[in-house]
Design a protein around this ligand. Structure first.
Ligand code: AMP
Ligand code: ZN
Length: 479
């Protein structure tokens, strides 16, 4: 039985799907106004690992992830602020494109990135702008149920009318009062209410007809509408990063439950934030990375997947370049192991009955750790133990085809969940030389060309050549 930590109940609990063998899972997806950063990728990887493990357990998982292409205001994540610009419009102005072009471009980049990380595609990726009609219907229902009010063409959710508001984030309305900001929307009855629909200013590019005004939806309503449309009124699992617990998920829950009278989700699963050098990522601090930055430094992106696996989803993953290098070296260890197993499968067969029990115990321990709230770091340590044992057997000259096959099966089973795409042949450049290549690039980016040249000499002395390519790319070859 799998146990998951449910934010709603604040505890690890046995997970039971509503329908036997089937799971309806909704993941909050990207706001497609810019490149997704590695923290966003962390959230999408957690959803993918969860899905893979549920499938491993025999469930049929229907996974839906939304694409936010309207309504996410720049100040939306601060308390209940319904002011600020729409992130899509801001990007359109910045890049001199239409919001639709911005959405299309960054949605394609998002798909490119998730494919690179070997993230399985969800059943469907609905876009907010294609579901305005469904959002309007829910808003009408909320007004009808006395939970929302119209003011001057805007519609707000009346937080005090919804019993149970705060049950997900454990926030009390009193706390919201204290945290409220000055420049709140003038049409709200209370500053802790939040927008369902906003009247659009004349020049606003994204707007639709509605019973209240020509306007656009609040951010949270899209997830209520799309989860209901594709998965029904009650989800089995709803995921997102910890920043979404409040206000996004608290408000989503209030809207959906206020409209249907049914629970929105059985289990709410949230990943903790990825940090960079122990700090929150921010553009101004310059510690904000996208996947391309990792690839540009010459890392295999599977090493990033492995790095995410090596930390539990409920602890902060601290991203450092050192940790990336360590992950890449672990990835190489796994690749060598997989390669060796292939080689030994052609060896003569010996009876391995007495060793089978050992191999089965790895699988049992793997499942036990994953059942315990997806403990991927412990599951990886079971794999690493299996690798050392295998390496020792090979070194002692005792490996044969039957044992190699059995270990191979165990590894492939685990890797259905880890989802590591394994290269059968590496480029043959030692990791320490690659590390020098990265150091040299870092110096070049900082315009420390003297240091960069010294590192180039070091690489050449070791028998390798560096060639600089465009966009900060480079290649290393053997002389
Ligand atoms: P957004 O595009 O801002 O809606 O975010 C997409 C997903 O990434 C959401 O589930 C966020 O909670 C999650 N997320 C954002 N920043 C981070 C971070 N630093 N670490 C982990 N997850 C994050
Ligand atoms: Zn959402």
């Amino acid at each position: 039985m799998i146990k998951l930590y449910n934010t709603l109940t604040n505890q690890k609990e046995e997970f039971h799907s509503q329908e036997k063998g089937k799971i309806k899972m909704y993941n909050c997806g990207p706001t497609v106004y810019d490149y997704a950063h590695i923290g966003n990728m962390n959230a999408f990887l957690v959803a993918d690992i969860l899905r893979r493990y549920l499938e491993y357990k025999g469930y049929e998982v229907r996974q839906i992830m939304n694409i936010t292409d309207v309504g996410h205001l720049t100040a939306d994540d601060i308390n209940q602020a319904d002011t600020g610009e729409d992130k899509m419009l801001k990007a359109a102005l910045r890049e001199k494109k239409t919001p639709a072009e911005i959405a299309e471009y960054y949605t394609q980049v998002f798909f490119y990135d998730i494919d690179k990380l070997n993230i399985k595609r969800a059943a469907y990726y609905p876009r907010a702008t294609a579901h305005i009609g469904q959002m309007i219907k829910i808003i009408e229902k909320l007004i009808q149920n006395g939970l929302a009010y119209e003011a001057n063409g805007n519609v707000f959710f009346d937080v005090e009318k919804f019993e149970g508001y705060g049950k997900l984030s454990k926030k009390k309305i009193d706390e919201l009062k204290v945290g409220a900001r000055l420049e709140e929307h003038p049409d709200k009855k209370n500053q802790w209410d939040f927008a369902l629909w906003l009247r659009a200013p004349q020049k606003h590019l994204l707007k639709w007809e509605s019973p209240w005004s020509v306007g656009y939806p609040g951010w949270h309503i899209e997830c209520s509408a799309m989860s209901m449309e594709y998965l029904g009124e009650t989800l089995d699992i709803h995921t997102g990063g910890e920043d979404h617990i409040f206000p996004h998920h608290e408000n989503e829950l209030a809207q959906s439950e206020g409209a249907t009278g049914k629970p929105l989700a059985v289990c709410w699963l949230h990943n903790r934030f990825l940090l960079v050098d122990g700090q929150k990522m921010s553009k101004s601090k310059g510690n904000y990375y996208i996947l391309k930055d990792i690839a540009d430094r010459g890392y295999d992106l599977m090493a990033f997947r492995l790095l995410v696996l090596s930390s539990h989803y409920r602890s902060n993953l601290n991203f450092t370049w050192r940790a990336m290098s360590q992950a890449e070296s672990n990835l190489e260890k796994i690749e060598n192991f997989a390669e060796n197993l292939k080689r030994f499968q052609a060896e003569p067969f010996k009876d391995i009955d007495d060793r089978c029990a050992d191999i089965n115990s790895y699988i049992e321990r793997f499942e036990k750790t994953m059942d315990d709230d997806l403990n991927t770091p412990k599951a990886l340590s079971v794999l690493y133990e299996m690798i050392s044992k295998t390496n020792a057997t090979i070194a002692e000259g005792k490996m044969d085809s039957a044992e190699a096959k059995k270990i191979s099966q165990a590894w492939e089973k685990m890797n259905k969940v880890f989802g590591l795409k394994i290269k059968s042949k590496r480029d043959g450049i030692p990791l320490d030389i690659k590390e020098l290549g990265r150091k040299r690039l870092a110096e070049r980016i900082k315009q420390n060309f003297k240091e960069a040249d010294l590192i180039r000499e070091e690489i050449e002395k070791a028998g390798y050549l560096v060639e600089d390519l465009k966009d900060n790319n480079y290649s290393i070859k053997k002389k």
